[in-house]
Design a binder for this molecule. Sequence first.
Ligand SMILES: [Mg+2]
Length: 114
Amino acid sequence: MQLNEYQKLAERTSNPKLTPWQKMQNGCYGMCGEAGECIDILKKVEFQEHEFDPNRLIDELGDVLWYVAQTATGLGITLEDVAQGNIKKLEKRYPQKFTAEQSIHRPEYERRQS
Ligand SMILES: [Mg+2]
């Protein structure tokens, strides 16, 4: 499935009464809630002796994705736009590949310190 196809299918289950602004709000709030559910799975594994079930985490990732799509729809952009923008940013940050050195010494961090 392609990202934009997913976004359209996800939109089918969004409240049609929401304005674009409300979709963006719902998306941002929901993303945080679902990210918290991801953390909760790890918390239970680390501190409450639960077995790690990757399927539960995969399920929560899907929920995060739904809210990312909702946010993008509220902003009037596609998930493809979001993905391309992110890759472009990362290519600038790590022209060859990830290095800890480039992660630590990001130009945007260096500017703040001076
Ligand atoms: Mg969930």
